[in-house]
Design a protein around this ligand. Structure first.
Ligand SMILES: Nc1ncnc2c1ncn2[C@@H]1O[C@H](COP(=O)(O)OP(=O)(O)O)[C@@H](O)[C@H]1O
Ligand SMILES: [Mg+2]
Length: 579
């Protein structure tokens, strides 16, 4: 079906003569066949958001409807790829058309020239349905890629074509004429189905002590990371990409400043995967929007990333979907809404911002897949609130839609306390569901230790206020001990160096052992102070400094070092009490 262009306003255009077209249908706009999507229909008039630069379009040019919703290609070759928001391959396009994306360029997402060796797991006569494994695709230098029947497809296998295949060639033919290739297409805005949701009782371990111990989320859970400029959102997302318990990482970058995405494009491919020693990109799919790309592509990008994440989930993988930052996505939504002349809500964002975010985050989850495996999509969305003010709409709407708040504090970042997660405002709604796992797997009494640590930090804040009024000198030794123990906890436990090889990630058992010792130090020093030992003498033992060094020890050495420290502490305190 074909219509004509009758109005243009930046990336939003209106075409007439498209009476049979439907909402979210993909169209090709103008002689250059620019990619667009229908976002409103009134009679035979369709409003279209165009995913490419629209300068140079003229009224009266043809607009062609495709009959299909905006979809992604899912198949072998995704891992290691870098795409724009509507899944055009960035590196190849850049190579082919110079640095800038060519307009109307319709290079397919997945390489049509690469041959994959398809090793079938089905034979003629087999009945298959959505989620069933058809076989595996292999290529030199690529991880084995399971080939699975797309959701909604059922039938009996008529013919199997194993051996060298390109992604779009028929690999399995079903009776009745349906053909299945190594790739499938899926509409990005439609959640991929699963057999059932699984309870959120397994943590998504991040390797960051402050997150895993204080504010854990489940595999399949969601967290929002608000933080002002320079508070460490990007570094945190990259640490998670490296160290979190995820088989596959889907990273959606929505650039804050002009050159930020080129920095990410530069840096990310150089990150090393600690599990393999190879590049992290090998288990990553990157979706990148630079700020000079059209806003509509940025709006679509989080859905493109989500569909890809769900596809790997459906293979039984644990997937981390990171978005940096959702504020830029929301701004794209705001710009499109303004061009549609919709009634603006708070701060100009459309009134449906909250429901859009809620529906998006709902696509996270740990599931039993159609094929009977277990897979998860865990989502971490950064937010860049102007001025770090958490009351702004994107933060607030995200908060209502997610299970945890990991708030980054400019004050902590300023003091170079990283990760700058503010323990006084951050929270998780999943702590209770995960408590059992931590007691079992990290150590008995984990929850009680965490509560004790948080009380200590709370006491520190209260005392700091008092000290500010009356001076530290007027505090009792017992109170000064609280300040000292809390300082050790902050600097030796909550703070974690992304640069130190042993400290960059921390398994829960090491965190437990550390936490236990920090609190034991506090309790036993407190008993000694109660028995009349001057705090000064306890501090002079230098044992606090040894506590601070635990983080830099490899996990395997921590129990031994903790035992030695514990013994030295007993001896030192016994000596002081005897004096
Ligand atoms: N975990 C960390 N360890 C060490 N330095 C960090 C850490 N997180 C942030 N930084 C420092 O802060 C700077 C800004 O961090 P970045 O993640 O780019 O902030 P944002 O994305 O919030 O603007 C980094 O370049 C780095 O110097
Ligand atoms: Mg950043």
């Amino acid at each position: 079906m074909s219509g004509t262009l009758m109005r243009m306003a930046g990336p939003t255009v209106v075409a007439e003569g498209l009476s049979g077209a439907s909402l979210n249908e993909v169209v090709r706009v103008g002689e250059e066949r620019l990619l667009g999507e229908i976002i409103r229909i009134e009679g035979d008039r369709a409003t279209i958001q165009v995913y490419e630069e629209t300068a140079g379009l003229a009224l009266g040019e043809p607009v062609e409807a495709s009959g299909e919703p905006l979809a992604v290609e899912l198949g072998p070759g995704l891992l290691g790829s870098v795409f724009d928001g509507v899944q055009r391959p960035l590196s190849e396009l850049a190579a082919r058309e110079g640095d800038f994306l060519g307009r109307g360029a319709s290079l397919p997402a997945l390489d049509r020239t690469r041959a994959w060796e398809f090793e079938p797991a089905v034979a003629p006569g087999d009945r298959v349905e959505g989620g069933a494994r058809l076989g595996v695709a292999r290529a030199p230098g690529a991880p084995d890629h399971p080939v699975v029947v797309p959701p909604g497809v059922t039938g009996r296998v008529a013919e199997v074509r194993g051996g060298a295949r390109r992604v779009d060639e028929p690999a399995v033919l079903l009776e009745g004429g349906a053909t299945l290739a190594l790739l499938e297409r899926w509409p990005v805005r439609r959640p991929r189905p699963a057999r059932r949701r699984l309870p959120p009782d397994v943590p998504f371990l991040t390797g960051q002590r402050v997150l895993d111990c204080f504010f854990p989320v489940s595999a399949g859970g969601t967290a929002v990371v608000p933080g002002g400029f320079g508070t460490g959102k990007t570094v945190l997302e990259q640490s998670l990409a490296k160290w979190a318990a995820a088989d596959v990482v889907v990273y959606v970058g929505c650039g804050e400043r002009g050159n930020e995405m080129s920095e990410v494009l530069d840096e990310f491919p150089r990150l090393e995967d600690p599990r393999t020693g190879g590049p992290l990109l090998a288990r990553t799919v990157m979706i990148v929007n630079t700020s000079n790309m059209p806003v509509a592509a940025r709006e679509a990008s989080i859905y493109t990333g989500c569909a890809i994440a769900e596809y790997f989930r459906d293979m039984g993988r644990s997937v981390a979907l990171m978005i940096d930052s959702t504020s830029r996505w929301a701004e794209a939504l705001r710009e499109i809404s303004a061009r549609l002349e919709e009634m603006p809500g708070e701060e100009g964002y459309p009134t449906y911002l909250a429901s859009r975010l809620a529906r998006f985050y709902e696509r996270a989850g740990r599931v039993e897949t159609l094929g009977g495996a277990e897979g998860a999509v865990t989502m971490v969305g950064a937010v860049s609130p102007p001025g770090g003010d958490l009351s702004e709409p994107v933060t607030q709407c995200s908060l209502r839609a997610t299970g945890a708040l990991w708030a980054l504090s400019a004050d902590l970042a300023h003091r170079r306390h990283y990760p700058a997660v503010d323990w006084s405002v951050s929270f998780t709604l999943e702590g209770d569901r995960l408590a059992g796992w931590f007691e079992r797997e990290a150590g008995d009494g984990f929850g009680a230790l965490r509560d004790e640590a948080r009380k200590l930090l709370q006491r520190e804040r209260e005392l700091a206020e008092v000290a500010e009024l009356v001076g530290t000198e007027s505090l009792q030794d017992a109170e000064r001990l609280v300040l000292e123990s809390a300082r050790l906890l902050r600097e030796g436990f909550l703070r974690q160096s992304a640069l130190d090889p042993a400290d960059a990630t921390c398994p829960p058992a090491k965190a437990f052992e550390m936490l236990r010792l920090f609190l034991e130090w506090h309790r036993r020093a407190g008993a000694a102070v109660g028995a009349g030992v001057p705090l000064r003498s306890i501090l002079d033992t230098g044992l606090g400094a040894r506590l601070l060094r635990l983080a830099q020890l490899p996990a395997a050495e921590v129990p031994g070092a903790a035992a030695a420290l514990r013994a030295d502490l007993s001896e030192a305190l016994a000596r002081l009490e005897a004096e």
